[in-house]
Design a protein around this ligand. Structure first.
Ligand code: ATP
Length: 238
């Protein structure tokens, strides 16, 4: 496993949000964490990357106990976090990428930027544009490339589809397929069930507890999940 979280409890100033959550991410796999608004997905991601302390439980990354490790050290050991605010709007595409590789050597940064331009040719074309001037889809592409600059082994993403139109959601899924093709493990928190298309496995979180876990196909056909989650999504669309 690249990441193993066991019996995690966590929350905010005395308000418990997560109640004994387990989550495993096998090396090289994409895991999607589904759940409705307020289920605790962001809280779980922030706990895994160390932005919130775990109240109890254990987190292992690459077989090392990181439960008490500061975020900075988690990032240096290969765990990258891309939040919704993953891009600096006042910096150019190129400078955003440089920020993503801030702890690489100068030549390491240049090599990595060339690699990102090869993976995402649109970013090469847009390299002088400001982050804030990009379209929603382009901004997510830059966010992913910026996170990949540090050559993470696991990329953790919070709602990459947030605020995007369906057309861009499809683009983001394609961008993540490229990232996954690079051998990266991915953990993606989402409300949009389309992301199961990308996933090897999925988890469903509700009320701070894991409601279900299985392969993407198992989840798509699980009655519990269909009722609790897919049903809700269909109602929302109607
Ligand atoms: P969303 O998709 O809306 O972000 P989520 O599944 O990511 O949902 P969280 O953001 O983790 O859910 O929120 C879980 C619960 O924690 C919610 O009840 C929320 O109100 C509460 N919460 C989130 N941030 C804080 C905070 N800083 N202080 C107190 N409570 C918070």
């Amino acid at each position: 496993m690249i990441l193993r979280a066991k019996n995690i409890t966590s929350g905010y100033e005395g308000v418990q949000i997560l109640w004994g959550v387990d989550l495993d991410i096998p090396r090289g796999q994409t895991v999607v964490l589904l759940g409705p608004n307020g289920a605790g997905k962001t809280t779980l991601l922030r706990t895994l990357v160390g932005l919130l302390p775990a109240w109890s439980g254990h987190i292992e990354f690459d077989d090392n106990d990181i439960t008490l490790l500061p975020t900075e050290k988690r990032v240096r050991s290969g765990l990258a976090f891309m939040s919704e605010l993953g891009v600096f709007p006042d910096l150019s595409v190129l400078d955003n990428l440089r920020m993503g590789g801030y702890f690489l050597s100068r030549s390491g940064t240049a090599d990595r930027i060339s690699k990102m331009y090869a993976l995402f040719p649109d970013l090469a074309r847009l390299r002088r544009s400001l982050g804030g001037s990009l379209s929603g889809g382009q901004r997510k592409m830059l966010g992913v490339a910026k996170a990949l600059m540090s050559q993470p082994r696991l990329l953790v993403m919070d709602e990459p589809s947030a605020g995007l139109s369906p057309k861009y959601v499809k683009e983001v899924i394609d961008i993540l397929k490229v990232a996954h093709g690079e051998g990266l493990s991915l953990l993606i928190a989402e409300q949009n069930v389309l992301f199961l298309e990308l996933a090897d496995q999925g988890y469903v979180l509700e009320g701070g507890r894991m409601l279900a876990h299985g392969s993407a196909d198992e989840l798509k056909s699980s009655d519990v999940v269909r009722r609790a989650y897919f049903g809700m999504v269909e109602e929302k669309r109607a």
